[in-house]
Design a binder for this molecule. Sequence first.
Ligand code: THG
Length: 369
Amino acid sequence: MSMPLLSRSRRVRPTPFSKRVDAAGVKAYSVYNHMLLPTVFESAEADYHHLKRHVQVWDVSCERQVELAGADAARLVQMLTPRDFSKVAVGQCLYTPMVDETGGMLNDPVTLKLDEDRYWVSIADSDLLFWVKGLAQGMALDVAVFEPDVSPLAVQGPRSDDLMARVFGEAVRGIRFFRYELLPFQGHDFVVARSGYSKQGGFEIYVDGTERGEPLWDALMSAGEDLDVRAGGPSATERIEAGLLSYGNDMTLDNTPHECGLGRFCQTADAVDCVGRDALLTVIAEGPQRQIRSLAIEGEAVPPCIEPWPVTVNGEHAGQVTSAAWSFDFECNAALGMIEHEYWEPGTQIMVDAPDGQRVAKVMAGAFI
Ligand code: THG
């Protein structure tokens, strides 16, 4: 199938790694936070198998940072989320549902506490910067809110520790999940976290300074030659198998964190400064009416889900599929969908209105991996 081209302009921003990504033979891009996100190199299938067996370097610069710096930064961060930040330590990364005054999801970033008065909010695909600036101005807070020149570079896959140790030293092996350490490369300390948008293990290097991007990319690629390191990107198939959510796909402003299955990241009663606190306390009291579930869809490979696919049971509305992909390892279609509470029990058989016809599907107890 021929693909239309992507028209380029200033609005679709390149990244510090774009020249290297192009040289590596990128075959497809998505646009995320108004920035290029490389998605396919060899093929979706080859990239997926390689990610699960070896190690890849991902240009995820589009996971832009919203920096909060100043005396009121801690107060502002707590206004954004029902996750309790009162006991968070410097060096931690937290998966952070962020909500508006109705309890609707604005974004699901990873938040790094860099200092008592300094945070990076590593955002998914929505313009969170404007909301945070608005709150800071409206509340007359003593805090700077801006997008710094920081671009995450992810190293993902089972050989990530080995590759990273060659570039940043053996200390990388001691970094715990969702913690970061400052580690030197060519005389500069980089924030290196054990995190990333896959379940294959790995790290994210927060590259502060565009000019530091290419030297780091080159060092990872040459250090990993015998590990078969390749350029890669988030694998839609792998992340659907893993149940990793995608903002704008699996959830929107219309969903609460509880509908998204993110209740375990909310301590709403303790998060007294959270803007959406009252709305979420009501949701908690009533219980969510629908929730994200992993689904297995029968039949041959489905096309990508670019509009929600209706889900029914005996002709009754039962929810919608929001992401789907053929799982090369499980040899069935893996999907994520928002399922109404009458139908969300594991094992429930549902019907999915895929673009090429109706499919039988099953609600799963958890993710594929
Ligand atoms: N890394 C960084 N920034 C990001 C992403 C990332 N910004 C955009 C997007 N990804 C934000 N969304 C997610 C979704 C899931 C996870 C991270 C970011 C994730 N979740 C694990 C899970 O759900 O099992 C672990 C959560 C936990 O236990 O704390 O990793 O990937 N920098």
